[in-house]
Design a protein around this ligand. Sequence first.
Ligand SMILES: NC(=O)c1ccc[n+]([C@@H]2O[C@H](COP(=O)([O-])OP(=O)(O)OC[C@H]3O[C@@H](n4cnc5c(N)ncnc54)[C@H](O)[C@@H]3O)[C@@H](O)[C@H]2O)c1
Length: 365
Amino acid sequence: MAVTPKSHYRIASIPADGIGQEVIGAAIEVVNALAKTLQTFTIEFEHLPWGTSYYKGHGRYIPEGALDTLRSFDAGLFGSVGAPDVPDHISLWGLLLAIRGPLQLYANVRPVRTFPGTHSPLKTIDERGVDWMIIRENSEGEYAGQGGRSHLGQAWETATEVAIFTRIGIERIMRFAFETAQSRPAKRLTVVTKSNSMRNGMVLWDEVALEVSKDFPDVQWDKMLVDAMTVRMIAKPYSIDTIVGTNLHMDIISDMAAALAGSIGIAPSSNLDPTRKNPSLFEPVHGSAFDITGKGVANPIAAIWSAAEMLRWLRASEAADKLMASIERVCQSGTLTPDLGGNATTTDVVDAIINDIYQFYRLPD
Ligand SMILES: NC(=O)c1ccc[n+]([C@@H]2O[C@H](COP(=O)([O-])OP(=O)(O)OC[C@H]3O[C@@H](n4cnc5c(N)ncnc54)[C@H](O)[C@@H]3O)[C@@H](O)[C@H]2O)c1
């Protein structure tokens, strides 16, 4: 009988700053245990020391040739960038945005779910919790990096931040969003916009959404101004399934969505190049969390779920499903970090997930 070759994955690990170090270490430990237990794939993580310490030593966040280095991997697992003593726009543009744009990781996928054993802080969300899918345009819009400052220090000092919307950029993210909505049971998409006050870029956004929608007659879709969307998420959470929006709008909406689902500490994200020309990058939605760094209480689930999404993207869907089932069982059992109302440490959660993996998936001797 022919033996099916195992898939082998090489992953760039970039924990970077703050709790990024803690949660990426946790995710790697869990994924290594999963690989060892399932024996359906092998995985190798190579540590890349990019981040604020690297910046302080080298004057830059990533070395020359960093994008080519990343291209030699199957995917990347990223923690968070940002440190209290470096301005945030320097750290973010020095590392994360220096990767997302040039590698054209244009689709940022942010699933939002309430896990069993946890609950939303909101009264309008009952025991079913929420299950939303947020698609964020990740390569242009308000974070295109266009703009400048002049007349520094003068009373008439001027700064511009120009939002860029291109037909090609909008069309590809709309298509991705409609396909995502189509793949989910509800087949429902909300296109978030702000075309009442932003009368150029956002009007093009709406027009292209309408054009693309014609190719997806089975997807029920609507359009909503971003301000009204915040109200709807709170007042009518069950009217929502898949959401697509711009770089800035979904940056904000996805943090709120995570908090409504239970905690920012469980929210994962995938920075995808859907063409698969470049490796995709997987990271928790949260940042460096200065207030809890080094305390051992960061919730590792956002990073572990991001790693599960990475396995899914690498076509190890069965392993991803098994990892998600372990996370759910551990949440259900009440091993929760303080952000979810428990008193478990990061290590407690990691140990509980690894034990669950051994218990449920270990092959018979
Ligand atoms: N993708 C990224 O690299 C990224 C994203 C957001 C913020 N940042 C950076 O991180 C730094 C801090 O940003 P911030 O304070 O605005 O946002 P943050 O996400 O770091 O923290 C916001 C709040 O959420 C809590 N939190 C976040 N992750 C948690 C987890 N896993 N478990 C438990 N609680 C968690 C924090 O303790 C804090 O109270 C800044 O430098 C910012 O620029 C980076």
